[in-house]
Design a protein around this ligand. Structure first.
Ligand code: SDX
Length: 396
């Protein structure tokens, strides 16, 4: 087709597939994983139970959970050669640049899980990716801070193991704090899947060519990095710190004025969503987690949390935001929680990628498992030049 076409974001949001994994009602602010409300999963389950649910469609019983946890635990180490790949990066590389490279590089080591059309390969690739992402994220972090990376310790739970790999050093053991581990595990649950968002659609489109699962997930990591998507939690915390540096709560009015100024590109990061035109249910759970963590750490007077809540209150009463249905999304409070847990802001999006890996895998497997699937091929409406002949150079 040809004709006048102005870019319409809705054009790219038309239904791209059927799915049984995650349901979002953007008007009600509802999120279900395989039919279970996110509020109940975040309260009653842990991340690996949620991984099992997303992958298999049902919550595990005790025996199934024990078997699944055992299989994931057996794959937490990465091939020792990967540290030499890591050393090729500059020390000041962004952790997402390192993670994009490391995840793609997994396809060079695990040849018995690279055939995306082989169900056994897909099964072991899923276990390996879920098991190794925490190790890779911690390796990327340790590399950028100049510390030796810490091997996984498999007598710890999944999330405690990750936090130990992040914070232990050869000189000092890390003793996991139960409240912080539970908060981190909940952050993983809240970020695990979110139907056909930009990075999930990227993974589906990439995987539809028949490439290996590691390459498809690496494409999702690259897409998630963007500030309009997974990079928003890093941008939201940087925004809060900027406001705090420039006067804090007293100066919120000036900041809001900048956001509302048609000529300014300043956005209230962590607000707004392509689907939620109501409060993102994950943001509510993240704010509660914030309270728990800050109280546990004796930081209930944390200035950034107070600033975030003041900003939210003003925005929810301001017509600019109300009329555009802009509410806090998952990224608005997650940065404050992660900062309180001790995660550096440069790692926030890598943590998001760690958690979202299971959702990407579940969505990829759902597509590949459908006998009707074919390689993706989005179409366009051509609005360029009509047919014309080449003008000789002398006449150009
Ligand atoms: C994630 O898709 C997913 O599910 C993603 C995600 C997931 O789990 O995978 O939920 C994770 O990516 C959450 C979103 C994180 N991104 C941010 O917080 C970045 C800041 N948000 C904006 O970039 C924006 O809200 C989007 C991109 C998230 C959504 O944009 P929309 O819904 O397409 O809205 P829009 O760009 O069409 O804007 C509508 C109006 C515009 O104003 P007008 O042109 O009508 O005057 O709202 C304004 C926008 O300028 N607007 C904002 C705003 N977001 C939209 N104004 C100020 N601050 C904002 N954050």
């Amino acid at each position: 087709q040809t004709g006048k076409f102005t870019y319409d974001p809705g054009f790219l949001s038309t239904a791209s597939c059927n799915s049984t994994i995650t349901y979002i009602d953007g008007d009600k602010g509802e999120l279900l994983y395989r039919g279970y409300p996110i509020e109940q999963l975040a309260t009653n389950c842990d991340f690996l139970e949620t991984c099992y649910l997303l992958l298999k469609g049902e919550l595990p019983n005790a025996a199934q959970k024990q078997d699944f946890v055992g299989r994931v635990t057996n794959h937490t180490m990465v091939n020792e050669q990967m540290q030499f790949f890591l050393r090729g990066f500059r020390r000041d590389a962004h952790p997402m640049a390192v993670l994009t490279g490391l995840v793609g590089a997994l396809s060079a080591f695990y040849h018995d899980s690279t055939d995306i059309n082989n169900p056994q390969h897909r099964e072991i690739a899923a276990i390996r990716l879920i098991a190794k992402l925490p190790t890779l994220v911690a390796m990327a972090y340790k590399y950028t801070v100049g510390q030796p990376y810490v091997y996984p310790k498999n007598d710890l739970g999944y999330t405690a193991n990750f936090m130990r790999m992040m914070f232990a050093t050869p000189c000092e053991e890390y003793v996991p704090n139960e409240v912080l581990v539970r908060a981190m595990d909940r952050i993983f649950i809240l970020h695990a899947d979110h139907e056909q968002n930009a990075s999930t659609s990227t993974v589906r489109l990439c995987g539809s060519s028949g490439t290996n699962p590691f390459a498809a997930i690496a494409a999702g990591v690259a897409c998630l990095w963007g500030p309009a998507h997974g990079g928003a939690n890093e941008a939201a915390l940087n925004m809060l710190e900027d406001i705090q540096r420039n006067g804090g709560v007293e100066k919120i009015g000036e900041f809001i004025k900048q956001v509302k100024d048609k000529n300014s590109s300043v956005k209230l990061m962590g607000f707004g969503h392509r689907v939620y035109k109501n409060y993102d249910p994950r943001a509510k759970l993240m704010r509660e987690t914030c309270h728990e963590v800050l109280n546990a750490l004796g930081l209930h007077d944390d200035p950034l949390f107070k600033l975030a809540m003041a900003l939210e209150k003003i925005a929810l009463e301001d017509d600019y935001f109300v009329s555009r249905k802009l509410y806090p999304n998952v990224d608005f409070y997650s940065g404050i929680v992660q900062r309180a847990v001790g995660i550096p802001v440069s790692l926030f999006t890598a943590i998001f990628a760690l958690a979202r890996t299971v959702g990407w895998i579940a969505q990829l497997n759902e597509m590949i498992g459908d006998p009707e699937y074919k390689i993706g091929r989005p179409r366009q409406l051509f609005v360029g030049s009509e047919r014309r002949d080449v003008t000789p150079m002398a006449q150009r």
